[in-house]
Design a protein around this ligand. Structure first.
Ligand code: SIN
Ligand code: CO
Length: 381
């Protein structure tokens, strides 16, 4: 799936993280990939994160899912919207919506949230920390966008929603099915359904905060440090003021911290594992470990491998053709044929592996199946 007439390089240079952009239906033949009823069904599932926002303006109320099926019949005739997170993890057609946006690396992609709204429904004027492509799926929605906000932007005193007070938009557009609105992080936006049956697909990105990186990486390193790895001063000399923490002591203390955190190779592995941690539990783990022989038997029959859509795959090159593959919080050192397989797994959702495969390839596939990141796409299952 390609977006026709959409110039990726131009977009990255002038819009990505910089300025909103309206892209009028670039899909050619757009058809809405999910029925409103299917979305409501997902919102009843306890493993799926969902919200209802009922009403309009500052009076709107929020409820968290899962919802009993009967909830949707009792919402009345006023404006409301249902929002369901990570629908791409459950519906392959929704995962396909991410494909045209993979000019942004996979590790930056979060998930696809889907919303359904009745006339006048929406979550209100707000800003997000992340980039988002808002794909209009069904019906119409009026978007008012801009300006850029920050922590000083006044918010309405709402308990559940971070609504911007006195929102004055810089641009306004009505999106029709297939139209896409790109909104960079921090830009105010407010989407209101124009008519009933309004569905919007938010292809959302993520960017780690400096605070979570510092916290995660330093905690990881700290867990590996010995009790006796500590400040030492065998060269201590008398100082004039016992109350002073001297520059020399501070240099040594600061050095203990910066040395421990500056190991780039260890950071790369930690980050790859951390970033590939799954956001939601999924149930692809087999009851029994699969074993290399069973993997070989499936490969011999030409059964393709398919990635769990909830699994995050990425790799880091190590030089000499070697790489580290990351999937669901685990890392796998790969070289030669396992490195080739790792790149294939990271490139697309499905891979057919040549048979006979090496023992290393069989072991890697078995490990990925056992941890629920991968499965054989066996029609009989
Ligand atoms: C929506 O789909 O109604 C909200 C999406 C967003 O504002 O990020
Ligand atoms: Co938003």
């Amino acid at each position: 799936m390609r977006l026709s007439g959409f110039d990726i390089d131009h977009f990255l240079r002038h819009h990505w993280q910089k300025a909103p952009l309206l892209i009028r239906n670039p899909w050619g033949d757009w058809h809405n990939p999910l029925e409103p009823d299917e979305l409501a069904g997902l919102a009843c599932d306890e493993n799926v994160e969902s919200r209802l926002v009922i009403g309009a303006d500052a009076a709107r109320k929020m409820e968290n899912g899962p919802f009993p099926e009967s909830r949707f019949g009792k919402l009345g005739t006023g404006p409301w919207t249902l929002l369901v997170q990570a629908v791409d993890h459950h519906v392959p057609d929704i995962a396909d919506l991410i494909e045209p946006f993979r000019f942004v690396p996979d590790w930056r992609i979060d998930d696809v949230m889907v919303s359904y709204a009745t006339d006048g429904g929406g979550v209100g004027s707000h800003y997000d920390q992340y980039d988002v492509f808002l794909v209009q799926g069904l019906g119409r929605r009026r978007w008012r966008v801009g300006p850029r906000c920050d922590a000083q932007t006044p918010l309405l005193p709402h308990t559940d929603l971070r609504l911007i007070a006195d929102f004055e938009a810089a641009d306004e557009w009505v999106l029709e099915p297939g139209d896409i609105l790109y909104v960079p992080p921090g830009f105010a936006h407010d989407g209101v359904a124009v008519g009933d049956d309004c569905m919007t697909y938010s292809v959302g990105f993520r960017a780690p905060s400096r605070a979570e990186l510092v916290e995660g990486w330093s905690e990881h390193q700290a867990e590996r440090m010995a009790e006796d790895d500590r400040y030492a001063d065998p060269d201590l000399v008398q100082q004039a003021q016992p109350g002073e923490i001297t520059p020399a002591a501070l240099d040594r203390l600061h050095g203990l911290v910066t040395d421990a955190l500056s190991d780039r190779a260890a950071f790369a592995r930690w980050f790859g594992e951390y970033n590939s941690l799954p956001k939601y539990d999924s149930d692809w783990r087999p009851e029994q470990p699969v074993g290399a022989q069973a993997v070989a038997a499936q490969l011999a029959q030409g059964v393709p491998l398919v990635r769990n859509p909830a699994a995050r795959f990425a790799f880091i090159r190590q030089g000499d053709g070697a790489l580290v593959l990351f999937a669901d919080g685990q890392s796998f050192d790969c070289a030669g044929d396992t490195a080739v397989l790792a790149e294939q797994l990271c490139a697309g959702r499905s891979v057919t592996v040549d048979h006979p495969a090496s023992e290393a390839v069989l072991t890697l596939i078995a490990a990925l199946i056992d941890q629920g990141s991968l499965a054989f796409d066996d029609e009989d299952d």
